[in-house]
Design a protein around this ligand. Structure first.
Ligand code: GSH
Length: 253
């Protein structure tokens, strides 16, 4: 199999859920770091998407261009060697959890981006680590512009923070009820677990080598009251990462 190219924002949960699936299937891909704003023109050229929304992750493989994290995970299932993450018998339930996870991430983005916009350390840390420190200092304003750009693109100022928090709380309560001490949401480990575990990054990030967040970004991604209230879900997520996310991802490659 030729080597897929995975274009991703190293810290983004949307990228991480696709990366988790690629690593689960031991797929030997090459990760290319996407920097919001700066990377968009080239990505438009490579994907041939010249208007309308374009986001990461994107997977290029054997002439295919896959522009959605869930579709990348499904593609990984079709070419990978690990146990299937989308067993046909559970497709409706997995889709339900993916929708819940995406809703949680969208509501959380409305809370984390303003925190990031006010935190220079977080903006500096968000730049890919391959950039030498002096270049990072030069590009710091760009990271700030990237954050503002994402806020505009996803109309984050139209979200009311209290409503976003209430929506997240409802989702997390539902997960608590569904999990009730189980290791996986369904009878086997599936993409439902990956999607939900990764969405919890935005309540409090996991501590794992695949997501080497600095203190600024960690603070920007943490929702302290919810993290305290839903410590059991975070413990479930931490255990899942410790047991299932063993393959070294290429985050920040
Ligand atoms: N449907 C897409 C959504 C991905 C998404 O929202 N990506 C955001 C992550 S913050 C992104 O690419 N932001 C950078 C940009 O839009 O330039 C997927 O699941 O892959």
């Amino acid at each position: 199999m030729s080597r897929p190219i995975f274009v991703a924002a190293w810290f983004s949960p949307w990228s991480e859920r696709a990366r988790f699936a690629l690593d689960h299937h031991r797929i030997n891909y090459r990760e290319e770091a996407y920097v919001p704003l700066l990377g968009e023109p080239l990505l438009r050229l490579r994907t041939r998407v010249f208007r309308g929304p374009l986001s990461v992750p994107v997977l290029f493989h054997d002439g295919r261009v896959i522009r959605d994290s869930v579709e990348i995970a499904q593609y990984a299932d079709s070419v990978g060697t690990g146990a299937p993450l989308f067993p046909a018998s559970a497709s409706a339930e997995i889709a339900r959890y993916v929708e819940l996870a995406t809703g949680l991430m969208e509501a959380s983005r409305a809370l984390s981006m303003p925190r990031m916009a006010q935190n220079e350390a977080a903006q500096r840390e968000s730049l890919p680590s391959f950039m030498p420190a002096p270049l990072r200092s030069v590009l710091l304003p760009l990271a700030g512009m990237g954050t503002a750009y994402i806020a505009r693109k996803y109309r984050l100022d139209s979200h009311n923070p209290n409503e976003a928090r209430a929506a997240i709380r409802r989702g997390l309560e539902r997960l608590q009820a569904d999990l009730r001490g189980r290791d996986t949401l369904l009878s086997d480990f599936t993409f439902a677990d990956i999607a939900i575990a990764v969405a919890l990054t935005m309540v409090r990030p996991v501590e794992h080598p695949v997501l080497p967040l600095g203190p600024g970004m960690r603070a920007a991604f943490t929702e302290p009251a919810l993290a305290e209230e839903f410590g059991d879900l975070l413990a479930w997520r931490d255990k899942l990462y410790a047991e299932r996310r063993s393959a070294p991802g290429t985050a920040r490659a």
